[in-house]
Ligand binder design. Structure first.
Ligand code: GUN
Ligand code: ZN
Length: 569
């Protein structure tokens, strides 16, 4: 019996997301890093992982356990959670890593899958074949075929299957693998990428992850297998990776290597420590003088601290909608990361998932900022607005001055000399209507509408027709929030599926009462909408039920069957 699994999104930025993953009784927040725990020679024990590192998920190796008769017997008897003394989510790997390192393993796929069921893994793997990056293509194809056959044998496994997607650096093979695995499995693992990370081939990593993400449903949990270096976490999260595992914190420590978010240093060469984690605070450069075994342990702790810290930094960036700013900074640490940033900025598919309005100002950090998802997303919308008052507003190009109060232009207008004729408040509102909802939406605001401003800030707060409020203006981004009368006009003017989120009959009564639209009940969404947009909520006959705010991207709203897709006004 497979434990019940659910995954829902809470916050978004670029294609990155903060989610809640529940497996049976255990829940974690994603993105999450699972430290790899060696069953034979752990560097940091599970009590410390839990208490000091607040770790709620780890990864260990079922193949090593299976091949050690004493361990095997104990783990079968106690179950993996009791044996490890760890109450969080336990993921096990299948021996594929050993296959990658040593070329062969002495276990069958069926055996190792059953063994992981027996010991009670929350997440387990089949014996996928991690093909080396530039493998001879027919060999990569052959190994992929075998991986997909093994995947089939694991579809009914009694754990959440960490389903490896292989295909080396061949985009067509990755796409094929992603479609096959994405169809049958909820947890999709981008495999065979450790070498890419170790050899700094980050641009290839972007291509591989992009090929996978574009070919699996949006609600699949994505694990970047073996991606354990904190310098790449933000890049991977921006593309929608949810889980990481790190053996790197321990392996690098054994080699005297000190991890930072900007790359790897040799501890011996450090005259100063660029970190104030408990380890670095305690020892300073005295860390170098510790006895060998103690030094390795302490270095592993530092490595894990910076890795866990980076995950929190990324999550905070998602909450603030500053993930691009973070990725931009991280990708300036190494020329190969900078190349990867270039590759990332070519990925137009990211824009569909990026919110249309953000909590933080748009910061120009360099010429690359002109290729960001926000710029891609507003292109169509700018084309909806006719204006004789446009100003050049890099990196967005010509922007009607009427839009200068709204996100993202509001943070870029300072310092721009606007020399055109006066733009009235009514003109602004009509232009914002066109921009947000489509060409001609501005005509739905009557010319005698009354515009009410805040006494304190002089900013527009509401639009009235007679005494009736037909729309509010949101203080944070100056977007228009149509009330039902204006929504009815939008509904009439723009044909289905424009501006709409369509829900199943089961949800109609709830939504009428003002309850949120759950993703489970969404059957169709206008693909031109973005998270953060104001939407018309309709039933299957296109009757307008309510207005709301879209929380997910259109594809996420359709693919997910958990969590809120839109809040209702
Ligand atoms: N560990 C690192 N890479 C891989 C991979 O591709 N598959 C599995 N199963 N484990 C890994
Ligand atoms: Zn440190």
């Amino acid at each position: 019996m497979q434990k019940e699994t659910s995954f829902e999104l809470k916050h978004k930025d670029i294609a990155g997301r903060i989610g809640r993953l529940t497996i049976g009784e255990r829940t974690i927040e994603t993105p999450a890093l699972m430290p790899v725990y060696s069953p034979t020679k752990p560097i940091i024990d599970t009590a410390e992982l839990t208490e000091r590192f607040k770790c709620r998920a780890l990864m260990t190796n079922s193949y090593i356990i299976l091949k050690n008769p004493e361990l095997k017997e104990k783990v079968i008897e106690q179950g993996i959670h009791k044996f490890l003394g760890f109450d969080g989510i336990i993921a096990t790997d299948s021996g594929s890593y050993q296959l990658m390192e040593y070329g062969n393993v002495t276990v069958t796929n069926k055996e190792i899958v059953e063994f992981q069921e027996t010991i009670g893994s929350d997440i387990g793997s089949f014996l996928d074949i991690p093909t080396m990056p530039d493998a001879y293509k027919p060999r990569a194809e052959e190994q992929l075929e075998l991986t997909l056959e093994r995947a089939k044998e694991a579809t009914n496994a009694g754990f959440l299957v960490n389903a490896g997607i292989q295909g080396a650096t061949y985009v067509d093979l990755r796409e094929k693998a992603a479609r096959a695995i994405g169809k049958d499995f909820k947890l999709c693992a981008v495999g065979g990428i450790v070498r890419l990370m170790e050899t700094y081939r980050f641009a290839d990593l972007v291509e591989v992850i992009s090929a996978v993400k574009q070919n699996i449903p949006a609600d699949r949990i994505v694990h970047a297998f073996g991606l354990g270096h904190p310098m790449v976490f933000s890049l991977a999260v921006a593309m929608g990776c949810d889980l990481f595992d790190s053996a790197a914190y321990a392996l690098y420590a054994e080699g005297g290597r000190y991890l930072t978010v900007n790359g790897t240093k040799r501890l011996e060469e450090l005259e100063y420590l660029p970190c104030s984690c408990p380890v670095c605070s305690k020892h300073g450069t005295g860390l170098k003088e510790l006895p060998a075994e103690e030094k390795t342990k302490e270095l592993a702790r530092h490595n894990l601290y910076v890795s866990m810290q980076e995950i929190d930094t990324i999550k905070q960036a998602i909450r603030e909608n500053t993930l691009w700013e973070l990725v931009n900074v991280r990708c300036r640490s190494h020329p190969e990361l900078y190349k990867a940033l270039g590759k990332l900025l070519e990925q137009e598919w990211l824009a569909e998932h990026d919110p249309i309005t953000k909590k933080s100002a748009f910061y120009i950090q360099g010429t690359e900022s002109g290729k960001r998802t926000e710029v891609v997303n507003v292109k169509n919308r700018l084309a909806r607005v006719e204006s004789s008052s446009a100003v050049e507003m890099p990196p967005f190009g010509q922007v009607p001055w009427e839009l200068s109060d709204i996100y993202p232009y509001n943070s870029l207008r300072d310092g721009i000399e606007y020399a055109g004729c006066k733009v009235t408040d009514l003109c602004k509102i009509k232009a914002i209507m066109d921009y947000q909802f489509g060409k001609g939406a501005g005509t739905l605001i009557p010319d005698n509408a009354r515009i009410k401003k805040s006494k304190a800030t002089r900013r527009i707060r509401g639009i009235y027709e007679g005494n009736e409020l037909i729309a509010a203006v949101r203080a944070s981004d100056h977007f228009i929030i149509p009330h039902i009368k204006l929504a009815e006009r939008l509904h009439q003017k723009f044909p289905y599926p424009k501006l709409r989120i369509m829900i199943d009959d089961d949800a109609v009564e709830f939504v009428k009462e003002g309850k949120s639209v759950f993703a489970k009940f969404v059957s169709e969404v206008d693909p031109d909408l973005r998270a953060g947009d104001e939407v018309l909520i309709v039933d299957k006959d296109d009757n307008l039920l309510r207005t709301g705010t879209l929380i997910l991207s259109p594809r996420e709203a359709i693919d997910f069957d958990r969590g809120v897709a839109a809040t209702v006004r």
